[in-house]
Design a protein. Structure first.
Length: 93
């Protein structure tokens, strides 16, 4: 159960790992923005997301196949601005 400390320390460009998804600003189903198979070591993983017409107000992290220790997630927007989201959380499938 090693960590991927910055598993999203740089999810430079709206993110997601092992099934990361975001929700519409209007009530509706979750939209899968991307996924990533990670290795169990200290590293940074990036999930690049294309252009969407929708506006997203929430991000959801789902983990399958093993536990994941994530310290922070960085969401980078198309205009270059970033949100650094501290997590320090162990995700379990």
């Amino acid at each position: 159960m090693k960590s991927a400390i910055g598993l999203f320390a740089l999810i430079a460009t709206i993110f997601l790992s092992s099934s990361f998804t975001a929700s519409h600003s209007i009530k509706g189903p979750w939209v899968k923005l991307g996924s990533k198979k990670v290795v169990y070591k200290l590293d940074r993983d990036v999930i690049r997301v294309g252009v969407y017409d929708e506006t997203f107000t929430k991000l959801k992290v789902a983990v399958t196949g093993g536990a994941l220790n994530m310290h922070k997630m960085v969401v980078e927007y198309g205009n270059g601005s970033k949100d650094i989201i501290p997590l320090k959380h162990n995700f379990t499938p």
